[in-house]
Write a protein that binds this ligand. Structure first.
Ligand code: C5P
Length: 224
């Protein structure tokens, strides 16, 4: 059967990754969480005290960063590895969420990540979620969805996700973080977060995950 690229872009914490994972599982496609890649770069930059305003430091650091995903049968999820180390839990912490958008603004970081994402998806048969998949990484993606939801709903969902990982974070801090990231992500010069002209809009404020998956699968069905 024909293999396609499914691009799910949108605001932070509106259900992109949960939807993407289920769609990928139903289709037998690879799922690539591009946000995890920017989070892993952020972790490396913080650990190595890389100055974002020093181009040489940034480009040298990027050469030393190897990001891979491996399936963990115990957790049933694809986990993120940075230079061979499992960083899946670390990169989801608030201190990374608070820095990741500043790191993601840097053009050299974006060029390196986009090139890697294009390589990962070159044989197609992938579901990729992020901010610029339908506009910059795979402008020729067969299915493009731009997801959003009202910020209070998103903050509550994010709080629940963190709680499951035993991280207790108050709602105001989460909401501020989401709003700050959305602002930086959508106003940066290099591949900002925006809806591609040919992307379908999906507001998940009042939708269940099953309904979101169904919406995407219907779009996929029309392309296969
Ligand atoms: O998807 P997630 O919320 O984990 O993404 C974390 C951050 O990574 C985003 O807020 C954004 O700054 C950056 N990002 C990006 N481009 C992508 C995916 C994520 O700039 N394709």
């Amino acid at each position: 059967m024909k293999k396609i690229v499914i691009a799910l872009d949108g605001h932070s914490s509106c259900g992109k990754s949960t939807t993407a994972k289920q769609v990928a599982a139903e289709l037998g496609y690879a799922y690539i969480d591009t946000g995890a890649m920017y989070r892993a770069v952020t972790l490396y930059f913080l650990d190595h005290h890389i100055s974002l305003t020093n181009p040489k430091e940034v480009s040298d650091a990027l050469k030393n960063i190897d990001i891979t995903f491996h399936y963990n049968p115990k957790t049933g999820r694809n986990e993120t590895y940075l230079n061979g180390l499992n960083v899946e839990d670390e990169i989801r912490k608030m201190y990374i969420s608070n820095q990741v958008s500043e790191v993601s603004v840097v053009p050299a970081v974006r060029h390196a990540m986009v090139a890697q994402q294009q390589k990962m998806g070159k044989r197609r048969g992938v579901v990729m979620d992020g901010r610029d998949i339908g506009t910059a990484v795979f402008p020729d993606a067969e299915v493009k969805i731009f997801m959003t939801a009202d910020v209070d709903t998103r903050a509550k969902r994010r709080q629940q996700e963190l709680l499951v990982k035993n991280q207790l974070v108050n709602l105001t801090d989460i909401k501020q973080n989401l709003e700050k990231r959305d602002l930086i992500d959508s106003t940066r010069a290099e591949s900002p977060l925006r809806r591609a002209e040919d992307a379908d809009l999906l507001d998940t404020s009042h939708m269940t995950i099953d309904e979101q998956v169904e919406f995407v699968m219907n779009k996929v069905a029309s392309k296969l």
